[in-house]
Design a protein around this ligand. Sequence first.
Ligand code: GDP
Ligand code: MG
Length: 439
Amino acid sequence: LTERLQKAMTNLRRKGKVSESDLRDTMREIRLALLEADVNFTVVKDFVKTVRDRALGAKVLEGLNPAQQIVKIVNEELTKTMGETAVPLNKSAKIPTVIMMAGLQGAGKTTTVGKLALKLKNEQNARPLMIAADVYRPAAIQQLQQVGQQIDVPVFEMGTDVDPVEIVRQGMVEAEANHNDYVFIDTAGRLQIDEQLMTELANIKDLVHPDEILLVIDAMTGQNAVNTAEGFDQKLDVTGVVLTKLDGDTRGGAALSIRAVTGKPIKFVGQGEKMTDLDVFHPDRMADRILGMGDMLTLIEKAQQQYDEKEAEQMNRKIQENSFDFNDFIDQLDQVDKMGNMEDIMKMIPGMANNPAMKNFNMDPKDIAHIRAIVYSMTPQEKQDPDVLNPSRRRRIAAGSGRPIHEVNRMIKQFNQTKKMMNQMSKGNFSGMEGLMGG
Ligand code: GDP
Ligand code: MG
């Protein structure tokens, strides 16, 4: 979705004046981009019509910066289609708040239960209980127990021989006794919607009247995501959607359709397999991301949590002055470690998500450890002034760090390239990046 849409937007931005035929071309590109991304046909039709009507109605074409105004309209309408604002989790006035999961097998229900429980624990000091109500695969209970251990949250289970509704009933008694403030019900899924499963879920719903029924949808399933969402929603009247696997190739398609078709808010998005890879869904940020402006706010928030502003400023100055040295390099590595996966972070920078260089930008933790070892074997002078690294110094560093000499050489070369690249980026020149990063 993003690539095609970005191209259309870039073409449009380049134009000072926009003719009606330019607008028509742009609208065609937008329509194709949305359809290619598996956005529901009806949603696409409505979307394109709304944008065109607004562009024509407001006499945008005759006004100032027509291209920019159209981009703005597209952005606003994307945001609107996805629900305007973030919608928080429902909370019961009386504990426990009961959150029931629903979704197909493999959608990410169990993972999401863990991610949400951890989030509530971290943000509200919550004491959740997770109920294992998927009795169809013994591995499902084990999986939830593993998640529980990982995030230190208790799991209520009764094996696979008990009716899920009964498990939930007893789990609720347990939660009451332990004063848990949240109860998560991890349910079974099927490869496709089937009556038996729906009846089971409906029975659980009737028993506990959950405050929240979260439908978990795999964003990679394209057009099927919408049919699945409709099917579950008709039977269960869900209260919210979690869109998982948005870290994969598909971006935005399902997010656009699901809200429009079901009217149910997307509350969270899963962006990876780790327990911390869950974010509140912000329609406006998603729209920016789809349009290729980069999810700067999320990026900034993420960075702010970990990154001292002064430090960042200092680093920036050093990059500009080209006095970035190995001490800074190690500092940067530490920061990256703290912030998470470098690739994820780079993808949020405008223009980077589709940069072919991204493919080569994977850092193995082992490589990072080796890089550290090499830098730690340098003298203070060498760290500050990499230019002094002659062959004999490099041999000494290789021996000291226990890494082969060619690796030391390669690392120093990469450092110099990175330094050059950062210096260029800081001057707003992204063009040299592909060669540098791929090299
Ligand atoms: P369930 O059958 O609905 O309970 O699905 P699971 O929670 O077992 O998840 C199925 C697979 O999807 C597992 O391998 C998860 O690690 C993976 N998964 C879940 N959420 C995400 C996500 O947001 N991103 C990625 N990349 N993988 C995910
Ligand atoms: Mg599961």
